[in-house]
Write a protein of this length. Structure first.
Length: 1164
């Protein structure tokens, strides 16, 4: 009937034909409602116990239970459907809900009482909340209505919400059954093929909501600057509405801070001491600047530079220059210049000269009249904040800019000073007066900095330069020490998790484990800075901050990762392991029974062998028959099936015309305009033909953005696959569905940005196929490991000899202790082998960080070796891979280096490490056996006590637990001395057997994340990969998503990235650092808007995020590359190096040897 407590579904999601129900190890459910008591009642109904209180629990409350043998996580949000909540409350609750249901809920339940008076406002609020989770939220949403009678009905608004949720509706009545409702939830999960919501895709919308809310309450951090203390004081008092009679006796050198609400905004105002013509020392200026920024947490929104009455003088300009020198040019977007006016002045606009000066140094400039309303000034400040999208100038930004500036200066000094006379002469012949002015400016900066730092003695200069060149290498070593230590901790704690020795990981546990290495790094840093005392306080503080942030990040990330493993281990894997253990131990017991029957034939070896073989074959066949087969997988076949679910009709030719999206030169064929051009009929056809004839509809910037999207999606797919833990959990087509959904949503999110085009269906299909073709081997290798460990037809074959050995001992009347000792040794074989391989991989990665030239040192050193290899091989396709997808090229290079190192050093080093690790394990096992015997004797324990103590002693080095012996009858074992002796006697032969299988292909027996190459990739590639919009040089910052500008020591030739001169087919020979020193222009986004190179940041977008320092120091390597591969580049971009892009004759004189030598000289 219509009142049955069931769920009805129209248009269910398509499921695989003939597929078995998908088993979800941990079903995550979010319960949303308006009423605490109703939500708590529903939550308790689902879980079958009083897990939630009816009286005002916290906004989000999580409860994890096993319901009907299944693990279930239920997140209760009892207030979220109330439409009168503040945006702050909604945002915070949604974030908490997403966090508690990570990586995403399988089902969202909306709770209404049947008599709820839902309004249109309520309905809009419900949809807003749901859409904050995911685009596909309605496929996962169930409406639950509570009813006191079978004759009640819901109102029209609730019914519309039910319809929006694909008619998924459950009536909860007095006679409703929890088991029935649980089946309803499982049906929804099955209809979605086991997929959960991908909530991380909507983190961006939550962030926007939070930022909108924060703008309403966050304080504005305003720094008042200038040399005139009285003017600064006047502005401060005016803004804060303070009495002018307040005492103003203070020093010019003191930082002042006040805070007050003004015109509805909370203002945090600081007066910065005079920075120009000041008595403060350079160190004191730095300290005051850092102090100022630290008092403006998270950073300063606006710097108000107050200029006295009158036209701008050279002194005023010098003051602005000094602000830029101290804070860096990044301060420009946050600086507002106020020029004071006298009472009788009424000029409203700035003259052209003043505007030109202000535009160079500040975001805004205004006259300020004494009678100007404070609200007007605040509006201008707010406008500056909005133009910067709420961003502030932070302490980290300041420190990063200082470090980059000083590093650049020292690099230039190292390159230019020894040859300054020859360089000046040569360059003057090339570029005349411009070069002379640049050199004078550079020498002036270097001399000023040398004086500021008190580095006058010539004998100290070399030492200081060496210190700066070693700083990045030192950071690489410190970060490696922390990361490799955390890998050891991860391995130890994973062993404990899989050995059932721990069921929760706390942050304090990880910090305690890491403390020894953390203290070692801290000591090393102190010694480093003590040795190189000329390194500035800015660089020292920046490095200390980076190390601290790195340590916090790896601890938090490892806690999340290990606790996810705990959940996985508690569910599906545990059941599979229990089944495998049951099969193995049943065979032990049945072979024991057979041995007892054949005791009288103990001396007839042939009869025993025949009987055992017959028993074994029959037993294994029975186990295989009773076990669901683990089949081979075909990833690309499953990809086609999933894509067919996205598109109901996919023509067979589609699969034959797939393009590798990673190698296409242009993405123009993949896009179409968002809106019609306005042309119809023949005109539209003419326009289309013209577009096809005259080239790409995409600008160079659009091509770059799409390429970045592709590489970023591919990277995140790799990371998601690692999290699936396929080698232990097995493969499921739901992984393909989840990854494909992620790709689709990334495309939708990209299309939602301010771009003028959308992607054709072919883009999605080619992108999906190209990515899965890349990762197919990852899936198949990991699933192979899963099959070998879980398929009885495979793993029992390897154990036949072990079982026969135990069977023989039974037949010859060996004691229970002797046989149990043999069984223990046999069960130790696999854990020992895995432990040895994993430890060897970590040791190998550590050794290569010391002995392998390319992997020794920092990322710059690695890049030097990559570029050297590219030059030696002269493979254009590899160069293009490096230029357009550097992260992927770095990964390939590291994998090749590790493989070659293992092959070359296997007999010399790798095999030796394996032997050393196996010997350490053997000693550890023997010590554990001896201590277990002592423990039992001292405490009068039994064999269970011995076994429990023994496994716990080994739990940090082996995955080995008491549960591995479930079903093995060992109650009559009481001779623990004999048990220990048997282990001591049998263990060497076990170790010898493992040694016999050592070879250079051992990494294939490990999960990808445990292999040496992946460990090194994680270290070197966890950094910034943003590329210069002009030449595609990769930012060298070692922190991903770092504060501050992107930068690189040496830029490349723009033409190698496809830049060309407007209205020509001539590729550009410009190099960024030279271009920004000249008077030329460029045209961003294929527009007609001309932007001076000197003011490249004003182009906005990615251009504003880069710091490109004017300089004529260039890397000969890229000039040689352009000459060597001129024809290849011309074919690749369908343009030529002619006309304005004619390659200079001087470039052609550079030899390959000189190009490589320039790498050795400039990249350290």
């Amino acid at each position: 009937s219509s009142t049955d407590s069931t769920v009805s579904v129209h248009n269910p999601a398509r499921r695989r034909r003939g597929s078995n129900p998908i088993d979800i190890p941990n079903m995550r459910i979010v319960v949303l409602g308006k009423d605490v008591s109703v939500n708590s009642g529903v939550g308790n109904f689902i879980l079958g116990r009083s897990a939630f209180e009816s009286e005002s629990p916290p906004d989000d409350h999580q409860c994890c239970e096993r319901v009907r043998g299944k693990h279930m996580t239920l997140i209760n949000c009892p207030h979220l459907l109330q439409h009168n909540l503040s945006s702050h409350h909604i945002t915070q609750t949604l974030r908490e809900c997403v966090s508690l249901s990570h990586p995403g809920p399988h089902v969202i339940i909306l709770i209404f009482k049947h008599d709820d008076e839902c309004s249109r406002e309520d309905q809009e609020h419900v949809h807003m909340i749901l859409n904050s989770f995911s685009d596909s939220v309605y496929e996962h949403t169930l409406v639950l209505t509570t009813h006191d009678s079978p004759h009640t009905h819901v109102n029209d608004i609730i019914q519309e919400i039910i319809d929006k949720c694909l008619n998924k509706h459950y009536r909860l009545e007095r006679n409703s059954s929890p088991s029935e409702f649980k089946e309803t939830l499982e049906n929804i999960v099955q209809m979605n093929s086991g997929r959960h919501l991908m909530c991380e895709e909507h983190e961006e919308s939550l962030t926007v909501m939070q930022q909108t809310e924060e703008r309403d309450v966050v304080k504005l951090n305003v720094v008042v600057c200038g040399s005139d203390r009285r003017l600064k004081s006047f502005i401060s008092k005016l803004m804060l509405n303070e009495s002018s009679r307040r005492s103003d006796k203070r020093s010019d050198c003191v930082l002042m801070k006040r805070e007050m609400e003004v015109c509805g905004s909370l203002i945090n105002l600081l007066e910065l001491p005079a920075l120009f013509n000041t008595s403060l020392s350079d160190d004191e200026l730095t300290r005051q600047t850092l102090c100022c920024l630290s008092l403006c947490h998270p950073g300063a929104h606006v710097f108000l530079l107050i200029v006295p009455v009158g036209p701008l003088t050279d002194e005023h300009k010098a003051e602005m220059q000094e602000m830029h020198r101290i804070f860096s040019s990044r301060i420009r977007n946050h600086m507002m210049i106020l020029i004071m006016q006298k009472s009788e002045d009424t000029t409203a606009e700035l003259d052209d000269v003043t505007q030109s000066v202000i535009k160079r140094y500040a975001a805004q400039g205004h006259f300020f009249h004494p009678n100007t309303q404070v609200s007007t000034l605040l509006e201008r400040i707010q406008q500056t904040v909005e133009d910067n999208r709420g961003a502030s100038f932070t302490t980290q930004t300041f420190l990063d800019e200082q470090m980059k500036k000083m590093k650049d200066e020292e690099t230039k000094r190292k390159i230019n000073l020894p040859e300054c006379e020859e360089c000046e002469k040569g360059k003057q012949e090339e570029t005349g007066e411009q070069v002379k002015l640049l050199k004078e400016e550079r020498e002036d900066q270097l001399n000023r900095r040398t004086t500021d730092m008190n580095v006058l003695p010539q004998s100290h200069a070399a030492e200081q330069i060496t210190a700066y060149s070693k700083l990045e290498t030192a950071y690489s070593e410190w970060s490696w020490t922390l990361r490799s230590a955390m890998l050891e901790i991860e391995n130890k704690l994973q062993n404990k998790i899989f050995s059932d020795a721990t069921d929760e990981i706390q942050e304090t546990d990880l910090k305690t484990e890491l403390k020894e290495k953390s203290d070692k790094v801290e000591k090393s840093m102190s010694e480093f800075f003590e040795k190189y005392q000329d390194i500035s306080i800015q660089m020292k503080t920046s490095l200390e901050t980076k190390i601290k942030e790195l340590q916090e990040h790896i601890v938090i990330e490892m806690k999340r990762k290990l606790n996810e493993i705990i959940i996985q281990h508690q569910d599906l894997k545990k059941e599979m392991d229990a089944q495998k253990t049951h099969h193995e131990n049943t065979l032990f017991e049945r072979s024991k029974e057979l041995a007892l029957k054949l005791k009288d034939k103990a001396n007839d070896e042939d009869s025993l062998k025949t009987e055992f073989d017959l028993f074994w074959d029959e037993s294994v066949k029975k186990i295989i028959k009773e076990t669901s087969p683990i089949k081979h997988i075909d990833v690309l076949r499953d990809v086609k099936e999933v894509l067919s679910d996205f598109y109901e009709s996919v023509h067979v030719d589609t699969w034959n015309n797939i393009s590798n999206i990673f190698t296409v030169q242009s993405y123009s064929d993949y896009v179409k305009s968002k809106k019609s051009s306005g042309f119809t009929g023949p005109a539209k056809n003419v326009l289309k033909a013209a577009q096809e004839k005259f080239g790409s509809v995409l600008s160079k910037e659009d091509e770059t953005k799409i390429r970045t999207l592709i590489t970023d999606v591919s990277y995140h797919i790799d990371e998601m696959i690692k999290s699936f833990n396929i080698s232990k959990m097995g493969y499921n087509i739901s992984y393909i569905q989840q990854l494909t959904s992620y790709i689709k949503k990334r495309i939708r999110r990209y299309e939602g940005r301010p771009v003028k085009y959308v992607f054709r269906r072919e883009f999605f299909i080619d992108l999906v196929f190209s990515i899965f073709t890349r990762v197919e081997n990852t899936f198949t290798d990991q699933h192979r490991m899963f099959r070998e460990a879980r398929d009885p037809d495979l793993y029992l074959k390897k154990k036949r000899g072990e079982y026969y050995s135990v069977f023989q001992k039974y037949c010859h009347g060996a004691t229970s202790a002797a046989i149990f000792g043999e069984i223990i040794c046999q069960k130790l074989k696999e854990p020992i082998e895995q432990s040895v391989y994993k430890q060897t991989a970590r040791d190998l990665a550590d050794e290569m960080r010391s002995n392998c030239p390319s992997l020794r040192g920092n990322r710059s050193n690695l890049e030097k070796h990559i570029l050297t290899r590219l030059a030696e091989e002269e493979n254009f396709d590899k160069y293009m891979d490096y230029i357009h997808d550097p992260r992927d090229h770095f990964k390939s290079f590291i994998r090749d280096e590790v493989s070659q190192y293992i092959r070359d050093q296997f007999s010399v080093s790798v095999e030796l490490k394996m032997s050393q690790n196996i010997e350490l394990l053997q000693k550890k096992i023997m010590t554990a056996a001896h201590e277990s015997t002592q423990h039992v004797e001292e405490n009068r324990g039994d064999v269970d006590v011995w076994l429990r103590f023994f496994t716990q002693k080994l739990s940090d080095v082996l995955i080995f637990s008491v549960k591995d012996f479930s079903g093995v009858n060992h109650d009559d074992v009481d001779d623990f001395k004999l048990l220990e002796d048997v282990i001591r006697k049998e263990l060497p032969s076990i170790m010898s057997d493992i040694r016999s299988r050592f070879n250079s292909t051992f990494p294939v027996n490990l999960e990808y994340k445990d292999r040496a190459d992946e460990i090194l990739i994680d270290h070197f590639c966890r950094c910034c990969w943003v590329q210069c919009p002009f030449c595609n040089a990769t930012c060298t910052n070692t922190i991903p998503n770092h504060d501050g500008d992107h930068s690189v020591p040496f830029h490349c030739v723009n033409g190698q990235n496809g830049w060309f001169y407007k209205k020509t087919t001539n590729l550009s020979i410009n190099i960024c650092t030279s271009s920004v020193a000249g008077d030329g222009y460029f045209y961003p986004n294929a527009s007609d808007d001309k932007v001076p190179w000197r003011e490249y940041r004003t182009a906005g977008g990615v251009y504003a995020e880069w710091s490109i320092t004017p300089d004529l120091t260039e890397l000969p390597y890229w000039k040689w590359f352009v000459c060597r591969f001129q024809k290849d580049l011309e074919r690749h971009y369908n343009r030529t190096f002619q006309g304005q892009g004619k390659i200079p004759d001087e470039w052609r004189k550079i030899t390959k040897k000189e190009a490589i030598e320039s790498l050795d000289k400039n990249l350290e």
